[in-house]
Design a protein around this ligand. Structure first.
Ligand SMILES: [Mg+2]
Length: 343
């Protein structure tokens, strides 16, 4: 019988998100593709070390014990490795006892086309260009940033934290802010507080997580000793009165969070250090730069925040005349080294 993905939370992970490939990466850059293949073959039974998205992935898969006969969560390797070099990745998955058996390898090609076909609510990769391409094609994807975060391996709880604008919602409000400044933005949000924003790239992921939380609540009703493991937080720079529109939008979409932080300019990293999410999604790298010292951070290169940041980066380096063209290329991922293990 066909394995149906519709009723599950399906996530795609590139090997660069799941494992620490710093060593492999350095070898590839120094010795090239042929030698790299041999390097991986010789080490096929050396398990790769956990990477930034590993704690999140392992805990998420742990929730499958809520419905063991019909897994709630399916995590699929989605990698631009070739199937041969991918062997070490699959063996590492086995060695780490992750219940993942499905994989897609697209030798050197960007794998994002399969996100929709496999009903994925999220694709995580350490390859920024692949993620930009996926987002531009309208798929939910995040760039896993290098991080020094460490988590307690014996703790089964899973905390997932989301930014609001440009992550759960689209960038409609953020465009007002960029175009007209903070005062006009505040007025605009207050006068539109009852008007829900359109869903952003990761809103369906939150819906899927909420479905799992409902099963945990049900389990708690049957067994008072059961401790729900999944907790969801909203960590946004919105504050009063702009917070109302976020709350109203989530109510309209029928999604829920357990904790909400309306920070209005307070550095997000301060809250995240205490909250210790196993993954935090934000569309602005300025909110992630410090945070990744203590938690796993994922950049969503979506909407006006990303467009502005991409343009500013090239403005510093090159004359304005070629800046726009370069920003467009960067958004398309052109010019990135095609690099199989950064996948
Ligand atoms: Mg945002």
């Amino acid at each position: 019988m066909a394995y149906n993905l519709d009723d599950r939370l399906v996530i795609g992970v590139a090997s660069s998100a799941l494992f620490d490939l710093a060593e492999s990466d350095a070898y590839f850059r120094e010795h090239g593709e042929e030698a790299y293949r041999r390097y991986q073959e010789e080490r096929i039974d050396d398990a790769l070390r956990p990477g930034v998205a590993f704690p999140f992935t392992r805990r998420l898969l742990g929730l499958n014990d809520l419905r063991p006969d019909d897994p709630l969560v399916e995590v699929i390797v989605l990698s631009r490795n070739d199937p041969n070099t991918g062997l070490r990745v699959m063996r590492s998955i086995e060695r780490h006892k992750l219940p993942m058996t499905r994989a897609v390898f697209t030798q050197g090609r960007s794998p994002h086309k399969f996100i929709g076909a496999l009903s994925m609510s999220l694709f995580l990769s350490g390859n920024g260009a692949d993620v930009v391409e996926a987002i531009r094609a309208g798929f939910p994807a995040g760039h896993v940033l290098r991080s020094a975060a460490e988590y307690d391996e014996d703790d089964p709880s899973l905390v997932v934290a989301f930014d609001f604008d440009g992550v759960l919602s689209d960038d409609g409000s953020e465009r007002v802010y960029e175009e007209s400044g903070i005062e006009k933005y505040m007025e605009h949000e207050a006068s539109h507080k009852d008007e829900p924003l359109a869903p952003g790239p990761l809103q369906p992921l939150l819906k899927d997580l909420n479905r799992i939380q409902k099963l945990e609540e049900r389990r708690k009703l049957d067994d008072a000793s059961y401790e729900p493991r999944l907790r969801i937080a909203l960590v946004t720079a919105r504050n009063a009165p702009a917070h109302e529109r976020a709350i109203h939008s989530m109510r309209e979409w029928d999604v829920n969070v357990n904790d909400a932080f309306f920070l209005g300019g307070i550095e997000k990293a301060k809250v995240l250090e205490v909250l210790r999410p196993h993954i935090f999604f934000d569309d602005q790298t300025s909110h992630l730069d410090t945070a990744v010292e203590s938690i796993a951070g994922v950049h969503i290169p979506y909407g006006v925040a990303y467009e502005v940041a991409a343009k500013e980066r090239v403005d510093i380096a090159v004359p304005a005349a070629v800046a726009i063209e370069l920003a467009d290329e960067e958004r398309a991922g052109v010019g990135e080294v095609e690099d199989p293990e950064r996948a």
